[in-house]
Design a binder for this molecule. Structure first.
Ligand code: PRX
Length: 646
């Protein structure tokens, strides 16, 4: 067991709920009671949405395929916009945004609805039809939310690609989904630099036969150097100006696709996770409301980029369906100063702040003076997501950001689950630093051993026993893979890929991935993807990538590389390989260490033993080496690794 894990599991501190939240404890307790009848619970949650026609059946479950709210029709954008226009929220701020250079925009629900309508009309005029896929490759600007909601309004399926992904990654995602249109921007700002998104998009579009049109938001201007291809490329503002703001919303079946979102798995190719309309919206609306105790007066800030599922569920759909005020920020936390986040919380009066442990660990390193010089008194609730939070970071967050007043919700979930699954509800659950605590009402996680036997407590694999509305429906274009990845290891159960511990109080402690998926700074990265990118370089014969524990990022990427005959290892080749991975995937997958080696440790059947490479990268004694074809290889490698700086 690593030191980190040992500290996590020996945590004994307890944090009861605060007086402010205790007032809502009866209502929250009732929610848990209601959750015991899980189908009824979700049906009640679905009733909080506006439906065009009602469902005839709550759940049709033919494992592993679920249909929720069968026969019901609705539109996600109506739920996020139109229904708020009929009452006092009409002129309420829906999106409050600040760009990295400090520019500001506020869009009321009325403004947002009109922009969404114009964008939906523009898409229709370009020939995009209901059911078509539209790729979105944008910085964190309001147009990202507008584009998503516009697709939802006219029935197109969006596939948002994180703006930090490379042209190659964008191209692959567009082609897998067969997207007919791309919405991008000339550029965006990151740490004072212009990210030339359109130029990246152009490189992708050279090889995406399905794309007919590209809409380009002018975010930066001339400095971005965007070139427009006549006929294919259109300026967003020119097109939207010509449209009327009213666009009738399509009546979507509850099971019609709302979006596809690509995520990393154990193979070299990211998979398109499919989410549908009714169940997903029910799940994220319910969890936004109850996990974050979202009220009309709140200013809710989830720091995730809309390119990730957290941004989909808790920047766009969940909070807007609740009529909340969402704060959105374009840039990095340390630009121009390391107190940018605290400055933003002070300026906009943020009340609920939801971020990742990796960010909290960076804030800790930067010191307490930065948050201390800002007024954070508006904050009333804090959240974390994306990776296990070490108790030390939890306590720091609680003390220095929450000033001991704000409950922390540590929320466990995945791209595949659509919404939050394991989390405290702030009014009643006593929190333990490092534990995501207990299931959300209506969610049934179960711990199993390697044979799939249910365990009452202890360590094992995290599975989900019953379907839930926000669950993925399939992998786009590959239902066999869906069955295999999630439903074959433990038949009848959804397998999360995470290891976990269930303690004597029924609290969950997530221990991290048990497959070949790494979690680097809260980003999910498949080892195989990075390996494929490395072997794509002409100098590389073979590559094995492992995660090693890292103080700030949770995990760092360590790559072991064997070179082709005649190629020389050198520091410049290391840099070249790192740059190559950045071009193939994106900066988030850039290896932290590259280590050249003549051989890699393999079993007799030729399988690389990554477990041993991880031992080496983390400086631990080697585990069992008896199955190796040549045990000398790994010992040699360990000696070399220790004598050389990677
Ligand atoms: O390993 C778990 C970790 O992140 C994985 C899911 O990653 P992704 O699909 O990118 O979604 C991240 C945001 C929802 C999980 O399998 N993870 C997520 N939240 C937590 C977590 N690990 C521990 N504690 C969490 N709160």
């Amino acid at each position: 067991m690593s030191d980190q894990l040992e500290t996590l599991l020996s945590e004994k501190r307890r944090f009861p709920t605060t007086v402010e939240f205790a007032a809502r404890s009866a209502a929250t307790a009732a929610l848990y009671t209601a959750g015991n009848d899980w189908q009824r619970f979700w049906e009640d949650q679905a009733k909080t949405l506006e439906w065009i026609s009602p469902w005839t059946q709550v759940l049709d479950w033919k494992p592993p395929h679920a249909k929720w709210f069968v026969g019901g029709t609705l539109n996600a954008s109506v739920n996020c916009l139109d229904r708020h226009l009929r009452g006092p929220r009409r002129n309420k701020a829906a999106l409050v945004w600040e760009g990295e250079p400090g520019d500001r925009r506020v869009l009321t629900y009325w403004d947002l609805a009109r922009k969404v309508g114009r964008c939906a009309n523009a898409l229709k005029r370009l020939g995009v039809r209901r059911g078509d896929r539209v790729a979105i490759y944008l910085p964190m600007i309001p147009e990202a939310a507008i584009a998503m909601l516009a697709c939802a309004r006219m029935g197109a399926v969006h596939s948002v690609v994180f703006g930090g992904f490379s042209a190659d990654s964008l191209r692959d995602r567009i082609n897998d989904a067969g997207a007919v249109a791309l919405i991008t921007a000339d550029g965006g700002y990151r740490r004072g630099q212009v990210q030339p998104l359109k130029r990246m998009a152009d490189a992708a579009l050279a090889d995406t036969p399905s794309i007919k049109h590209c809409l380009v938001v002018r975010r930066v201007g001339d400095e971005a150097g965007a070139q427009m291809a006549p006929g294919r490329d259109h300026w967003w503002h020119e097109l939207l100006e010509r449209e009327t703001p009213a666009c009738p919303a399509e009546a979507m079946d509850a099971e019609d696709l709302l979006f596809i979102l690509y995520t990393s798995g154990t193979t070299g190719k990211p998979k398109g996770i499919v989410h549908t309309t009714g169940g997903y919206l029910t799940h994220v609306t319910s969890t936004s409301r109850h996990v974050f105790d979202l009220e009309d007066e709140d200013v809710f800030w989830c720091t995730a980029d809309v390119g990730w599922v957290t941004g989909h569920s808790y920047v766009v759909y969940g909070p807007l369906a609740n009529g909340a005020t969402v704060f959105m920020y374009e840039g990095a936390p340390d630009w121009p100063e390391r107190d940018r986040f605290w400055q933003l919380i002070e300026t906009y009066g943020v009340t609920i702040f939801y971020t990742a442990p990796t960010a909290i660990r960076a804030f800790m390193k930067w010191g307490t003076e930065l948050p201390e010089r800002r007024d954070l008194s508006t904050l009333r609730l804090l959240g974390t997501v994306g990776e296990p939070i070490n108790p030390e970071a939890w306590i720091w967050y609680h003390t220095h950001i929450g000033k001991g007043r704000c409950p922390i919700v540590d929320t466990w979930w995945q791209t595949e689950t659509g919404g939050i699954m394991i989390t405290p509800l702030p009014a009643v659950v006593v929190t333990k630093p490092g534990s995501a605590t207990i299931p959300y009402p209506g969610i049934t996680p179960e711990l199993v051993d390697g044979k799939g036997e249910k365990l009452a407590a202890g360590g094992g694999f995290l599975t989900i026993a019953q379907p839930w509305p926000g669950m993925l429906r399939t992998i786009y274009g590959d239902d066999d893979r869906y069955r295999e990845i999630y439903w074959s290891r433990f038949p009848g159960r959804y397998f999360t890929g995470d290891g976990a511990k269930l303690d004597e109080d029924g609290y969950w402690w997530i221990l991290g991935r048990v497959d070949d998926v790494l979690n680097v700074a809260g980003h999910r990265i498949g080892t195989m993807e990075v390996e494929s990118a490395l072997v794509d370089h002409p100098a590389v014969a073979e590559a094995a990538v492992v995660g090693r524990a890292h103080d700030l990022k949770g995990q760092a990427l360590a790559a072991f590389v064997t070179l082709k005959e005649g190629r020389q290892a050198s520091p410049s080749l290391k840099d070249e390989l790192k740059a190559h991975v950045t071009v193939k995937i994106g900066a988030i997958a850039r290896p932290d260490d590259i280590f050249f080696s003549a051989d890699l440790p393999k079993t007799r059947s030729g399988k690389i033993m990554r477990r041993l490479l991880k031992d080496i990268a983390e400086g631990r004694a080697l585990g069992d080496t008896t199955t190796l074809a040549d045990p000398a290889v790994v010992n040699r490698l360990k000696d070399m690794y220790e004598s050389q700086e990677a």
